[in-house]
Design a protein around this ligand. Structure first.
Ligand code: IMP
Ligand code: MG
Length: 171
């Protein structure tokens, strides 16, 4: 397996801090529920929440999307639903990487139907591609080229989530 360094851990830390500062402004007197999309976003969530100064509540959602190791098919199934009742709540979706957008748009619609007061999207990485599904990202860490990335929670065949830096896989 070969890979090429994209963001070192220090750089990620700085960017996560910047994102947190924006959230701290926007959610100053609020008490939102952060919904982490498993598994990839758990490292990002863990670092992000430790920079937040408002009271946070955490929840998790797990989906499976069929496809091969590097591509989503668009058929999404909920494996684990959130446990909070989010009706009337401010909700922030936390995702590792926005690729085709199929997963995120499915989850967005799924959670919208539970009638939250607000529903925002926070992604660490957004790939620069032409999306058929348009998604409004409210908080973004980095824009990256359309390459497959690993580390900082992101996997290839369930491996490499533990790597502290983010790298591009070279196939
Ligand atoms: P989408 O539905 O195509 O936007 O894919 C989003 C999901 O696929 C993310 O939640 C990731 O788990 C996974 N994914 C997409 N691109 C990558 C990548 O470059 N590295 C690791 N996982 C990825
Ligand atoms: Mg994911």
């Amino acid at each position: 397996m070969k890979s090429k360094l994209l963001f070192k851990k220090g750089e990620i830390k700085k960017q996560v801090k910047k994102l947190a500062e924006k959230l701290n402004k926007d959610y100053d007197s609020k008490n939102p529920i952060l919904v982490c999309i498993l598994k990839g976003a758990f490292v990002f969530l863990a670092d992000l929440i430790r920079e937040l100064r408002f009271p946070v509540r955490i929840d998790f959602i797990s989906v499976s999307s069929y496809g091969d190791a590097t591509r989503t098919s668009g058929i999404v199934k909920i494996l684990k639903d959130i446990s909070f009742d989010i009706e009337g709540e401010d909700v922030i979706l936390i995702e590792d990487v926005l690729d085709t957008g199929l997963t995120l748009s499915y989850i967005y619609d799924f959670l919208s139907r539970k009638n939250p007061k607000s529903l925002k999207i926070c992604v660490l990485l957004e790939k620069e591609i032409n999306r058929t599904k348009k998604i409004k990202v409210d908080y973004r860490g980095f824009t990256i080229p359309n390459k497959y990335v690993i580390g900082y929670g992101l996997d290839f065949n369930e491996k490499f989530r533990n790597l502290p830096d983010i790298s591009v896989m070279e196939f």
